[in-house]
Design a protein around this ligand. Structure first.
Ligand code: PGA
Length: 242
C-alpha cells in the first residue's frame, strides 16, 4: 500500500503564508515516493489549490465540511466548494471538532457518505481520550467510532481512517510503538469485518521527524496525520521522506 502523509494545519496559515509554504515545499517533492495531502483552513483553500496546481503527488482537502450541499448552515464549510476548487479529501470527526466544537458522533456517518458521494475521499478520525485508555476502553471506543462513522459508507469508494489518540494530539506525548501497533491491528481487523480491507490507516498525535521512522515501520501504519510538525516545510518534508 502506498504511504500517505497528511498535514493538518488547523487554524494556521493565511493565504500568503500558504503560498510561501508551497514555494519552499513543492520543489523538493520529486524525491517523495508517497502521496501527500494538505488540510489548510478553508480561508486558504484557494491559495493551496493555486499553489499545488496539478502536482503529481500533492493534493489538498478540508478540515471539516457539512453533510449537505447548501442551505441555512451559518458558518459551515461547503464540500461542493471544496470540490469545485479541486480539493480531493475531507477530514471527518477530528477530535478537536468532536470536543471543542461539540460535533455529535451521530453526524459522522452522513458526513462520510456525503463526501464519498461527491467523489471526494473522507479521512475518518477516531481515537480514545486518556480517561478512556486508562479505564481499558481503547478498543471499544475505536470500534464504536468506526461503527458510527462507517454505517452509511460505500465500500466501493475510497476511504481513509486516521487513528489519533486524543491524549497524544498536540501534547508532545507520542504513543508508544506497542500502543500504536496494537490499536492499528485492532482497527485493521475491524475494517476487514466491515469489508473495508484496503483502507489506509494513518497514525496521528505528536508525529515528528524524530519518531516518524520507527512508527512507519509498524505493521498497518500506512502513513501519518501530522499537526504541529507539518507547519514547517523542512520538518514535514523529513517526515514525508522517513
Ligand atoms: P499534532 O496534531 O501532530 O500536533 O499532535 C495531529 C492532529 O491533530 O491531527
Amino acid at each position: 500500500m502506498k504511504k500517505l502523509f497528511a498535514a493538518n494545519w488547523k487554524l494556521h496559515k493565511t493565504p500568503a503564508e500558504t503560498r510561501d509554504f508551497f514555494r519552499a515545499f513543492l520543489p523538493q517533492t520529486k524525491t517523495v515516493a508517497a502521496e501527500v495531502v494538505f488540510f489548510p483552513p478553508a480561508s486558504s483553500w484557494e491559495a493551496a489549490a493555486q499553489s499545488i496546481g496539478s502536482s503529481a503527488n500533492c493534493f489538498w482537502g478540508g478540515q471539516n465540511v457539512w453533510s449537505q450541499a447548501q442551505g441555512a448552515f451559518t458558518g459551515e464549510n461547503s464540500a461542493q466548494v471544496l470540490k469545485e476548487l479541486g480539493g480531493r479529501y475531507a477530514l471527518v470527526g477530528h477530535s478537536e471538532r468532536r470536543s471543542v466544537f461539540r460535533e455529535d458522533s451521530s453526524w459522522m456517518a452522513d458526513k462520510v457518505a456525503f463526501v464519498q458521494g461527491l467523489g471526494l475521499t473522507p479521512v475518518l478520525c477516531i481515537g480514545e481520550t486518556l480517561a478512556e485508555r486508562d479505564s481499558g476502553q481503547t478498543n471499544a471506543v475505536n470500534a464504536r467510532q468506526l461503527a458510527e462513522g462507517l454505517s452509511k459508507a460505500d465500500v466501493s469508494r475510497p476511504l481513509v481512517v486516521a487513528y489519533e489518540p486524543v491524549w497524544a494530539i498536540g501534547t508532545g506525548r507520542v504513543a508508544q510503538p506497542s500502543q500504536v501497533a496494537e490499536a492499528h491491528a485492532f482497527i485493521r481487523r475491524t475494517l476487514r469485518e466491515k469489508s473495508f480491507a484496503e483502507t489506509p490507516i494513518l497514525y496521528g498525535g505528536s508525529v515528528k521527524p524524530e519518531n516518524a521512522g520507527e512508527l512507519l515501520g509498524l505493521p498497518d501504519v500506512n502513513g501519518f496525520l501530522v499537526g504541529g510538525a507539518s507547519l514547517d516545510p523542512e520538518s514535514f518534508l523529513k517526515i514525508c521522506k522517513s
